[in-house]
Ligand binder design. Structure first.
Ligand code: AMP
Length: 398
């Protein structure tokens, strides 16, 4: 897949005005950036373009403003980015029009300029052709380095690719290469671990995965829906009982596709949804009527470990239990540590993504040991659902 995308290897950026779409959507409190992870991720592409004598003109959205709104200005983010890069980042108060055009005209080769929040214009999300044309005026080429926004066909994430020659930035390229190794052209057997709260948010994802992977572990609250559908009494556990037919359909589809489904065989049950609530492991035939399944049980964890041992590639989204509440993070932590160990010894390619998943892997202290951890929430899920991502499709070499 990745080979068919144009990258920075396919263009000489020297002297060119490079419109570079990045993800600057960092967490902020009282006007201060509280986590610079995303800035560190985009730094290599910016440094490379500037280092090769290109003019790096950064385009990004921030938050969900309805029109211009000072609290969603990218100015403080640009200041923080300059610290991460260790070099100056100029700022223009608008991403189109006079302010932007003057700032671009003043750039020298190797300079970096950040334009104001693209979403200050409602035309950004509408992918409005006149707005795209205004943006396109500012650049000679377009580089998309924002995988996390690639599931949206907005002006700066997709529209520009129809107006200017488009290339994947290094962060986008790394993401596409990792995803390619995980599902498109993986080393088999492939296992997926899918957890999280609800089946209803992950139906498309489950349906796509059963036809692609050799084994699928279903954990978390969503496993309860499957267990209920199979006739298990899940007590007061979180379960979407109205989705029993959907769950059975997914199980049938898995069977037809020769995908082994690994559901919990026991459960860790508590009587309150609270940290350190007293809990016990129960077999599936003995879940107390007043009990809540808050994690997969010890035998289930062993099954997941051995399923990971059987796999060469792992794709993971969603925790196996209510991991925010100790000790109900146990299943997730044990499985994550095991996957990390296998990865470190070169026996497993492991790719994980999604907001809670990243938090859970950090909690287990192993995010750095996975082959790749995607911080892109929505885009990662849509990719797992097998949907084409507009911001990626437009980079495909024609
Ligand atoms: P998601 O965003 O769909 O990946 O869901 C993540 C959320 O699912 C986390 O907040 C977990 O606490 C929650 N979760 C996972 N397992 C359970 C469970 N057995 N009961 C209740 N919530 C759960």
């Amino acid at each position: 897949m990745t080979n068919s995308f144009r990258t920075l290897d396919d263009v000489d950026v020297k002297g060119k005005r490079v419109l570079l779409r990045v993800d600057l959507n960092v967490p902020m409190e009282q006007g201060r950036v509280t986590d610079t992870t995303r800035l560190e991720r985009v730094a290599p592409t910016i440094t490379e373009i500037a280092g090769k004598g290109g003019k790096a003109i950064l385009l990004a959205h921030f938050g969900r403003p309805k029109g211009r709104d000072a609290k969603d200005s990218l100015r403080p983010v640009a200041t923080e980015l300059a610290k991460v890069l260790g070099r100056p980042v100029a700022f223009a108060d608008d991403c189109i029009g006079d302010a932007a055009e003057k700032a671009v005209a003043a750039m020298k080769d190797g300079d970096i300029l950040c334009l104001e929040n693209t979403r200050f214009h409602k035309e950004e999300e509408k992918n409005d052709p006149a707005f795209v044309a205004e943006l396109a005026k500012l650049g000679d080429i377009w580089v998309n380095d924002a995988f996390s926004a690639a599931h949206r066909a907005h002006a700066s994430t997709e529209g520009l690719g129809h107006k200017l020659p488009g290339y994947a930035g290094r962060t986008m390229q790394a993401e596409l290469e990792a995803l390619n190794k995980a599902l498109e052209a993986p080393t088999k057997p492939v296992i997926a671990i899918i957890g999280g709260a609800k089946v209803s948010t992950k139906i498309d994802l489950l349906e796509n995965l059963v036809s692609k992977v050799d084994a699928l572990v279903i954990g978390g609250g969503m496993a309860n829906t499957f267990l209920h559908a199979q006739g298990v009494n899940v007590g007061k556990s979180l379960a979407e009982k109205d989705l029993a037919a959907t769950a059975l359909r997914i199980l049938d589809k898995a069977k037809a596709a020769n995908c082994t489904i690994i559901l919990p065989v026991d459960a860790t049950v508590a009587f309150h949804f609270a940290a350190n609530a007293p809990s016990h492991a129960y077999g599936l035939d003995a879940i107390p009527a007043e009990g809540m399944i808050l994690d997969v049980g010890p035998q289930s964890v062993e099954r997941v470990r051995s399923a990971i041992d059987d796999a060469a590639t792992l794709v993971w989204n969603g925790p196996l239990g209510a991991f925010e509440l100790s000790p109900f993070d146990r299943g997730t932590v044990v499985a994550a540590k095991h996957a990390a160990e296998r990865t470190k010894t070169g026996k497993l390619v492991s790719v994980a993504g999604g907001g809670d998943t990243v938090a859970a892997l950090n909690q287990a202290g192993v995010a750095g040991d996975f082959s790749y951890v995607s911080t892109a929430g929505g885009a990662f899920l849509e990719w797992m659902e097998g949907k084409p991502l507009p911001g990626v499709e437009v980079l495909r070499a024609k």
